[in-house]
Design a protein around this ligand. Structure first.
Ligand code: FAD
Ligand code: NDP
Length: 524
């Protein structure tokens, strides 16, 4: 507090450390608040301690700036709460990938006897034990983030922030205590939360979302997953892999926005592993029965027929809403897209108010992925705090859907390439291959498929790569570098493979779709 008081005094005396670039709104609000007890001033204030916010704050502090991060997690409607680190760490990538791994291990246990392991009895899975281990890891990451902030002298406040004026934010702590923080630059990195289809009777009372699934202490049991994108298919995939009776209800297509041939193969493989699909259906109501079971009634959109079944758990995975509503953005003139509620930004991540920025899931038109939020945050800090003018390049961002058979991709889908360049100018090379590990284990490899989408004109620039198979994320990451550097089909063909791997199949894609030849890989 003494340091703060001295700082406020210094600000008053020497004209302050702030070099305001824009006039302060709301008349004397800032001046008055400057005198208020407990107000603290920073070079950079980050709202949201998730992937993007933490990266931005740490980078700015490293560059010598006085930085604060405010982070506050509103419990889910089910009451689930978690610590510092945002979606990825607590209710996203990390617990998801660990549960995916738990499910993959089940597959390996099934493979093991083929490799001589004498697995003499059914190996049961213990959800409670897995969840506890996953949750402990997440808690260690929460702690790690706090330590990192401390090490880099970033001040962390566990408060929920909203704007008072263009340079000032009010934070409210769990117990109601208020803190005023002001800064020269403010970065909004508040992410998003899962949507509830509140128009569906019983959805909010009886359903859960990805904010809860990873924190359940007991097995969710027979589960209905509603939705058909990343979150839905990944969750349904690991639940099936953990041998739970799992049904996916999709109203339209799987993985909208992804290459649709690949998306169909993803769901085909899931179906072969036991996930049930209710296609072209939408839920109408959820009722809790006296025995605690959830009765779901749905409509078949084509026939209009109603049907019902009972489940232990309903998981809504119907998209996410950005956390922008409580920020008081209208008051300071930060524009949002009224449909998506996301913050409108330019290529410097600047909002309609020049010294207020938005990154990550809360910003309009950005991929909702951790590495993009992190890179955007770091680059923004470098531009604000050093001489950098490097902008985030959102093109050719690789991603992987961690379904039982993983799907990694980078660049354009076949549909996008054809739409942009015309069918005549696009060449697609493809292969159905069998991972070596699948052979001895007698696994079905019908959906292990790769395609590379190229321009037809030599040197045949690679526009997109799509890989369906084990370790797709690991495979796709390396090729993403090539594609980012403008690799051509000819260069990929001159890349020596690593044998025996699945990744080497990418460097052996000789059959074009246009040729009509059988793309099944035989032999080494
Ligand atoms: P977040 O990480 O969401 O952080 C925002 C933080 O701000 C939160 O802690 C929030 O509570 C806080 N906050 C919000 N409002 C306020 C306020 N007013 N005051 C103070 N604090 C506030 N991405 C991948 O790249 N790979 C994956 O495998 C992957 N898997 C995912 C799985 C699931 C189930 C989900 C839901 C997402 C997954 N994602 C994945 C996406 C990834 O988690 C997000 O893109 C990423 O976390 C976005 O980072 P962010 O910094 O924008 O926001
Ligand atoms: P999306 O917005 O991508 O998908 C929402 C899904 O729910 C769609 O299948 C949509 O169907 C369906 N849906 C929407 N409303 C309804 C409704 N009322 N009834 C039935 N179905 C409905 O959201 P996600 O939550 O899956 O993912 C959000 C983002 O998180 C992703 O875009 C991704 O960037 C990130 N993420 C990344 C992961 C990774 O990197 N591995 C993993 C998980 C998430 P329709 O197509 O018909 O609209």
């Amino acid at each position: 507090m003494a340091a703060t008081a001295a700082r406020v005094k210094a600000l008053r005396g020497a004209g302050g450390r702030f070099r305001w670039r824009t006039p302060v709104v709301a008349g004397g609000v800032r001046g008055a608040a400057q005198d208020a007890a407990g107000q603290q001033d920073y070079d950079l204030l980050v709202i949201g301690g998730g992937s993007g916010g933490l990266a931005c704050a740490k980078e700015a502090a490293q560059l010598g700036k006085k930085v604060a991060v405010v982070d506050y997690v509103e419990p889910s409607p089910r009451g689930t709460r978690w610590g510092l680190g945002g979606t990825c760490v607590n209710v996203g990538c990390i617990p998801k990938k660990l549960m995916h791994q738990a499910a993959l291990l089940g597959g390996m246990i099934r493979d093991a006897p083929h490799y001589g392991w004498e697995v003499t009895q059914q190996v049961p899975h213990n959800w409670r034990k897995m969840a506890e281990a996953v949750q402990n890891h997440v808690k260690s990451l929460n702690w790690g983030h706090r330590v990192q902030l401390q090490d880099r002298k970033v001040k962390y406040f566990n408060i929920k922030a909203s704007f008072v004026n263009e340079h000032m934010v009010r934070g409210v702590a769990k117990g109601g205590k208020e803190t005023l923080l002001s800064a020269e630059h403010i970065v909004i990195a508040t992410g998003g939360r899962p949507k509830y289809p509140t128009h569906i009777e019983g959805a909010l009372e009886h359903g859960i979302t990805s904010d809860d699934i990873f924190w359940l202490k007991e097995s969710p049991g027979k589960t209905l997953v509603v939705g058909a994108s990343y979150v839905a298919l990944e969750c349904a995939g690991f639940l099936t892999g953990l041998r739970l009776d799992t049904t996916v209800m999709m109203r339209s297509i799987p993985l909208r926005g992804f290459d649709q041939q690949m998306s169909s193969l993803v769901t085909e493989y899931m179906a072969s592993q036991g996930t049930q699909f209710l296609r072209g259906c939408t839920p109408l109501r959820v009722k809790k029965l006296p025995d605690g079971q959830l009765q779901v009634t749905w409509e078949d959109l084509e026939s209009g027929r109603e049907d019902m079944d009972t489940f232990d758990t309903i998981l809504w995975a119907v998209g996410r809403v950005p956390e922008t509503r409580g920020l008081n953005l209208e008051k300071v003139g930060v524009n949002i897209n009224p449909d998506s509620q996301k913050i409108l930004v330019d290529d410097r991540e600047a909002t309609s108010v020049p010294h207020i920025y938005a990154i990550g899931d809360a910003a309009e038109g950005r991929p909702e992925l951790t590495p993009t939020a992190i890179m955007a945050g770091r680059l923004l800090a470098q531009r604000l705090c050093s001489q950098s003018s490097d902008l985030m390049d959102y093109s050719n961002v690789p991603t992987t859907v961690f379904t039982p058979l993983e799907y990694g991709c980078v660049g354009l889908s076949e549909e996008e390439a054809v739409a942009r360049h015309g069918e005549e100018h696009v060449e697609v090379y493809h292969a159905y291959y069998k991972p070596l590990e699948f052979t001895v284990a007698e696994r079905d490899a019908s959906q292990c498929y790769i395609k590379m989408v190229c321009l037809r004109e030599p040197p045949q620039l690679v526009l997109g790569l799509h890989f369906l198979g084990p370790n797709a994320g690991e495979v796709t990451q390396g090729f993403a570098l090539g594609i980012k550097c403008g690799a051509s089909y000819a260069q990929v063909m001159r890349t020596v493979g690593i044998h025996p791997t699945c990744a080497e199949e990418v460097a052996k894609l000789r059959i074009s779709k246009r040729s009509g030849l059988d793309p099944t890989v035989t032999g080494c």
